[in-house]
Design a protein around this ligand. Structure first.
Ligand SMILES: Cc1cc2nc3c(=O)[nH]c(=O)nc-3n(C[C@H](O)[C@H](O)[C@H](O)COP(=O)(O)O)c2cc1C
Length: 339
């Protein structure tokens, strides 16, 4: 199977749900929630690609030849690449139930692991969405990041105990779900979280905690104050607030504010190894990729996910060679221009 076969199969399997566009940019699926699109006009999704397309890279090949080292250390473990499958939940609601929740999670957990990385898994209004992930995370030796919704504190504490029992190496919370349409439609209460509430979760957990859905330096500083391991600069793929900017455009300001006190992940419109490079140059430690991983799983299961990971990894290594960066630490703002 080639990656092109994966896309062809996905286009057929996802007919009527996702057009599997040549570049997944949020235009064909504007407003499709439930579904795969961005909220309302869809501009919080389309702006992600528009921003990354404005960033160009400074080519420099006057240096001794090298094999770029793309590896990264996170959560005390080493991974082949600094990009991971973002949590995607709600297979029935968003993808028409073409894959079960557990088949989807199995494909992304196994496929990313086979390529030397890992997947973040999702949560949702139906209790089974979170529960099906637990045995799969356990079977993967804990190499996954379950991402829980911002439920009431007591329910979050329960979730933390469950994911720790499954051996998860870390966990995240998509705090930007506080007003998610899908959850509202199902009558499931979710809440914003104060610094004190985040601190309570950090203190209750034995594993690192990452807050997903942070878009300002001030909110990032509150996460640092609460003792979080990291943040995901994310607008939930443009699905929660129509007027959100491209998360990557916020990176430099957020990194400047928090320094090295937090690991910074980012997502939204990342579609190539060069995009991963751009995000690292703008200040991220690592990157999440959402919809393309779902497309890969629908088109080729775990093998499709592995192929996508290896394709992005090869593109990243090539970009590092072409910009003279031997390791991720050498990637800096001086490698890019913003037009
Ligand atoms: C259909 C769909 C379902 C999603 N479900 C979740 C989820 O359960 N939890 C979560 O934290 N993020 C969820 N996300 C957001 C992604 O994790 C990620 O932030 C976003 O898709 C990144 O943008 P990209 O798809 O442009 O790469 C979902 C996104 C989509 C498109």
């Amino acid at each position: 199977m080639t990656y092109s076969d994966v896309l062809t199969a996905a286009r057929e399997a996802l007919s009527g749900v996702c057009a599997v566009c040549p570049v997944c940019d949020g235009k064909a699926c504007r407003g499709q929630i439930p579904g795969v699109g961005g909220k309302g006009s869809g501009r919080a999704f389309t702006v992600c690609r528009e921003f990354l397309d404005r960033v160009t890279l400074n080519m420099d090949v006057i240096h001794p030849h090298f094999e770029a080292d793309t590896s990264v250390e996170l959560f005390g473990r080493k991974f082949a690449y600094p990009f991971f499958a973002a949590p995607i939940g709600g297979m029935k609601l968003n993808y028409g139930g073409l894959l079960s929740e557990s088949d989807y999670v199995q494909a992304v957990v196994d496929g990313t692991r086979a390529a030397g990385t890992f997947a973040w898994t999702g949560d949702g209004p139906d209790e089974s969405i979170f529960q099906t992930t637990l045995p799969l995370i356990e079977a993967a030796g804990g190499a996954a990041v379950p991402t829980i919704k911002p439920w009431a504190q007591e329910k979050c504490l329960e979730r933390i105990r469950e994911l720790e029992d499954a051996g998860a190496m870390a966990f995240a919370m998509d705090v930007d779900s506080a007003a998610l349409i899908n959850l509202k439609l199902m009558g499931k209460p979710v809440f914003t979280k104060s610094t004190e509430e985040l601190r309570e979760l950090v203190e209750a957990a034995k594993v690192p905690f990452v807050v997903k859905g942070v878009m300002t330096p001030a909110a990032a500083l509150r996460c640092a104050e609460a003792g979080c391991y990291g943040i995901v600069v994310s607008s939930h793929g443009g699905r929660v607030m129509e007027d959100a900017p491209a998360p990557a455009s916020r990176l430099r300001e957020i990194r400047k504010a928090v320094g090295a006190s937090l690991k910074i992940f980012v997502d939204g419109g990342v579609r190539s190894g060069a995009d991963v490079f751009k995000c690292l140059a703008l200040g991220a430690d690592a990157v999440l990729v959402g919809r393309p991983y779902a497309i890969a799983a629908f088109g080729g299961g775990a093998e499709g996910v592995q192929l996508l990971t290896e394709k992005l990894g090869a593109e990243l290594a090539e970009t590092m060679l072409m910009t003279g960066c031997r390791s991720l630490e050498e990637i800096s703002e001086s490698c890019l221009e913003i037009g």
